[in-house]
Ligand binder design. Structure first.
Ligand SMILES: [Zn+2]
Length: 98
């Protein structure tokens, strides 16, 4: 493990670090780190779609609950928005992992 000086804050940073712990400057250059970055991007993407699935599920639940309590318009809006969002989220999650 070697140390390099951060060009921004002059702090000693490990070459294994993905970014400077002092100022957050990305420490690019190493191939394996670039590979690690790509893995991290995939994880972030998956989380975004999981969030979408979660939100659309909430919208669907709210819609169903609204139907039960016989509310007028908003349960339909929830269902109309929630269903395609849930389908889209599930599809994108599958697309990025399948
Ligand atoms: Zn720095």
């Amino acid at each position: 493990m070697a140390l390099v000086t951060c060009p921004d804050c002059q702090r000693n940073v490990s070459t294994l670090a993905e970014d400077c712990p002092g100022c957050g400057r990305p420490m690019a250059g190493r191939q394996d780190i670039v590979g690690g970055r790509r893995v991290r991007t995939v994880e972030r993407t998956a989380k975004r779609f999981k969030g979408l699935i979660f939100l659309s599920s909430l919208a669907l639940l709210a819609g169903i609950w609204g139907m039960i309590t016989k509310a007028q318009t908003w349960p339909i809006i929830c269902l109309v928005l929630g269903l395609p969002l849930l389908a889209f989220g599930k599809f994108m999650a599958w697309w990025h992992h399948g």
